[in-house]
Design a protein around this ligand. Structure first.
Ligand code: KG4
Ligand code: ZN
Length: 335
C-alpha cells in the first residue's frame, strides 16, 4: 500500500523516472544520462538535450514502471520537474507528465528542481529535525536555504556569478580533464597538495551569505598561463587540490555562518557538488567542532534523478498541493 508517486525529471541532461512509495521507499530509479552525447561539445547543448529527452522519455518511464512491478494503474500521482532548467528539456517532461495525469485521472504535481535536490535528504532520512540549513550546490546553483518546515524555505544567499559546479567544470576544462569536471577534479585532487597553489577566496561583504567563484576561476586560468609562458607545465593534481580547497573553504565557512545565525543544529547538502569528498569531510569536521550534525545523500541521489522529485512531491501531495493541467515549464524558477 502507501502513496505511490511516479516522477519525471528532464531539466538538464539526464532523462530520469522513478517510482517512490510514501517519499521513502524507492521502487525504481532509472537515470539515462546524455553525458556521452554532450561530452564532445564540452558541456550541455540545449537543443541536443531536448531532442534526446524526446527519444528517451517514454522508454525511461516504461522502464521505471516495469522495475517497480507496476503498470499505469497502480499510481496515486505523477510528479514532474517544471523548473529551473533548460526550457526545451523541461517541456518534454512536463508534457509527458501532463498526458499521464490526464489519461489516468490522477493528480499532477509540479516540483521545483532545487526542492527536489533538497528532498534527496528526506528520501534517506525522513526524520531530519527542523530548522535546517541546506547548501544546494549543483551545476547551475549555489544556494543557502533555511528550511523551517516541509515546504517552507527562505533563500539566504546565492552565487553572484558562476555556480560551484560550473566553476568545477570550467576549471576541469582548462586543466584538460574532460566533462563533467567535478568528479574528475575530486579524484585528481587526492594526489595533489591543496596548499601548493595560493588561490583567492571570495567572501564578499562582511556578513554576506552570497557566493562568487569567477575570480577564483580567473586566478586558476592566469596561473596556468603564467606557467605556460615560463615554459613550465603546471602540476594538475596540485592545481585540482588547491582549487577544490578554495571552493570548499568558502562553502564551509558560509554554511556554518548560516547555521549559527539561524540556530540550526543540523546541516544538509544537496546537488551534484554535494558528492564532493572534500566538501563532505571538511564541513563534517567543522560542524562537529560546533556540536552540529551534517547529513548528505549518497552520490547517486546527489546528482540529477527522479526519486528526489518523487519525494518532494510526496510532501506536496500530503498538503493537497496539486498543479493544474496548464502547468508550464519555468526556466528561471527560484526556490
Ligand atoms: O545537480 P547536478 O547533477 O545537475 C544540476 O542540477 O546542475 O550537478 C551537476 C554538477 C556538475 O557541475 C558536476 O561537475 C558536479 O555537479 N559534481 C561534482 C562532483 N560530482 C558532480 N563537483 C565536485 N565534486 C564531485 N564529486
Ligand atoms: Zn540538479
Amino acid at each position: 500500500m502507501g502513496v505511490k508517486i511516479l516522477a519525471i525529471e528532464t531539466s538538464c541532461d539526464e532523462t530520469a523516472a522513478a517510482v517512490v512509495v510514501d517519499g521513502v521507499k524507492i521502487l525504481s530509479n532509472i537515470i539515462s544520462s546524455q553525458v556521452d552525447v554532450h561530452r564532445k561539445f564540452g558541456g550541455v547543448v540545449p537543443e541536443v538535450a531536448s531532442r534526446k529527452h524526446l527519444e528517451l522519455v517514454n522508454p525511461v518511464i516504461r522502464e521505471a514502471l516495469i522495475a517497480a512491478g507496476l503498470d499505469f494503474t497502480g499510481l496515486d500521482a505523477v510528479a514532474v520537474t517544471y523548473g529551473p532548467g533548460l526550457v526545451g528539456a523541461l517541456l518534454v517532461g512536463v508534457a509527458a507528465a501532463k498526458a499521464m495525469a490526464f489519461a489516468l485521472d490522477i493528480p499532477l504535481i509540479g516540483v521545483n528542481h532545487l526542492e527536489g535536490h533538497i528532498y534527496a535528504n528526506f528520501l534517506v532520512r525522513p526524520d531530519l529535525p527542523f530548522p535546517l540549513v541546506c547548501l544546494v550546490v549543483s551545476g547551475g546553483h549555489t544556494d543557502l536555504v533555511l528550511i523551517r518546515h516541509h515546504g517552507d524555505y527562505v533563500l539566504l544567499g546565492s552565487t553572484r556569478d558562476d555556480a560551484a559546479g560550473e566553476a568545477f567544470d570550467k576549471v576541469a576544462r582548462v586543466l584538460g580533464l574532460g566533462y563533467p569536471g567535478g568528479p574528475l577534479i575530486d579524484r585528481l585532487a587526492r594526489d595533489g597538495d591543496e596548499e601548493a597553489v595560493d588561490l583567492p577566496r571570495s567572501y564578499l561583504e562582511e556578513g554576506s551569505l552570497d557566493f562568487s567563484f569567477s575570480g577564483l576561476k580567473s586566478a586558476v586560468i592566469n596561473h596556468l598561463h603564467r606557467c605556460r609562458q615560463q615554459g613550465e607545465e603546471a602540476d594538475r593534481a596540485h592545481m585540482a587540490a588547491s582549487f577544490q580547497k578554495a571552493v570548499v573553504d568558502v562553502l564551509t565557512a558560509k554554511t556554518l555562518e548560516a547555521a549559527r545565525r539561524y540556530g540550526c543544529s543540523t546541516i544538509i547538502l544537496a546537488g551534484g557538488v554535494a558528492a564532493n569528498s572534500r566538501l563532505r569531510s571538511l564541513l563534517d569536521a567543522r560542524a562537529r567542532q560546533e556540536g552540529r550534525r551534517l547529513f548528505y545523500p549518497p552520490p547517486v541521489l546527489c546528482t540529477d534523478n527522479a526519486a528526489m522529485i518523487a519525494c518532494a512531491a510526496y510532501y506536496r501531495y500530503l498538503r493537497g498541493e496539486e498543479s493544474p493541467l496548464t502547468l508550464n515549464a519555468v526556466p528561471h524558477l527560484s526556490i
